[in-house]
Design a protein around this ligand. Structure first.
Ligand code: DAK
Length: 256
């Protein structure tokens, strides 16, 4: 892999560190390309069960690269692969956890929200400051944000650059937990390792079912959930999980 991300795998957890520190991890198209290539590679790799994306202490990511966009035309933006790269994140079937410290702004916040869970350092700041540049969020910041925090706060964030501290983000349901700044990455990795030890197919279908809730009516969601639930009774892991419970021992998951 190239210079824009740093990666390592331990205990079934793939860690991606965004690596554009001079620009507060601004998400250049090259960085997004490397990030999403890595996500796709790990999604197909049995050694990796859960993925963690992080930045550094100062910045998760301060947004898309303003330098790249400053002179772009509408057609440049339309034809750029940038948004397709964001859409690729949505297609990853394994759980992705964002470990956020410092700035998570604009596209950086949208990247965190495209993940499945967010662990925040107490120093994290979340916001959609695009209005200051004469634009609006373009990678989910008006949609995912509104679905999570509701219309009124989303309006203030999108129209007036209201930023949220980590504590506020937790209060509004935007992050899973807030931890001291020394611990945010360990806390995210710990959560990832716990999920990595669980039955892989159940984890995969659980993610699919929860995501479907955001896309569907309640009735369609309930039907979808039920079909995935029935499907799990075709797995060896369901037999093993229930047998292990009855035998009072730990299950040995096979991912089959
Ligand atoms: N892009 C490029 N460079 C950035 C950057 C960014 N987003 N954010 C920071 N930097 C650079 C700064 O220019 C500076 O570089 P040098 O001057 O040292 O060369 C360096 O990082 C350090 O930044 P500061 O000196 O400004 O640091 P401070 O601590 O004073 O301030 C800050 C930190 C985060 C408050 C400030 O840097 C800031 O306001 N940054 C910009 C935040 C922002 O506006 N983000 C939103 C960007 S727009 C798309 C969909 C979505 C998008 C794009 C396309 N499609 C559908 C195609 C997304 C758009 C966005 O995210």
């Amino acid at each position: 892999m190239g210079q824009w991300i740093l990666t390592e795998v331990t205990d079934g957890v793939g860690l991606i560190r965004l690596n554009n520190p001079k620009a507060l991890n601004a998400l250049t198209p090259e960085l997004m390309r490397e990030l999403t290539d890595q996500l796709a590679a790990w999604d197909a790799d049995d050694q990796v069960r859960v993925i963690v994306i992080t930045g550094n202490e100062k910045a998760f990511a301060a947004g898309a690269d303003i330098r790249t966009m400053a002179t772009a035309s509408a057609v440049d933006m339309l034809l750029s692969a940038y948004i397709d790269l964001f859409d690729r994140i949505d297609r990853v079937r394994k759980p992705i956890i964002a470990a956020v410290s410092g700035w998570a702004l604009g596209g950086g916040f949208e990247l965190a929200m495209a993940c499945d869970m967010i662990v925040a350092s107490e120093t994290a700041v979340f916001g959609q400051p695009e209005i200051n540049l004469g634009i609006i969020p373009g990678a989910g910041g008006t949609q995912r944000l509104t679905r999570t925090v509701g219309k009124y706060l989303a309006m203030e964030m999108v129209l007036n650059d209201r930023r949220l501290t980590a504590e506020e983000a937790a209060r509004f349901g935007l992050v899973n937990r807030v931890v001291p700044k020394e611990e945010y990455l360990d806390a995210a990795l710990d959560l990832a390792r716990q999920i990595a030890r669980r039955a892989p197919i159940a984890v995969r279908l659980g993610k699919e079912a929860v995501k479907f809730a955001l896309e569907s009516t309640l009735q369609a969601g309930l039907q979808h959930e039920r079909r995935l639930f029935y499907l799990l009774f075709a797995t060896e892991d369901q037999k093993e999980g229930m047998q292990a419970f009855l035998e009072k021992r730990k299950p040995q998951w096979k991912g089959r």
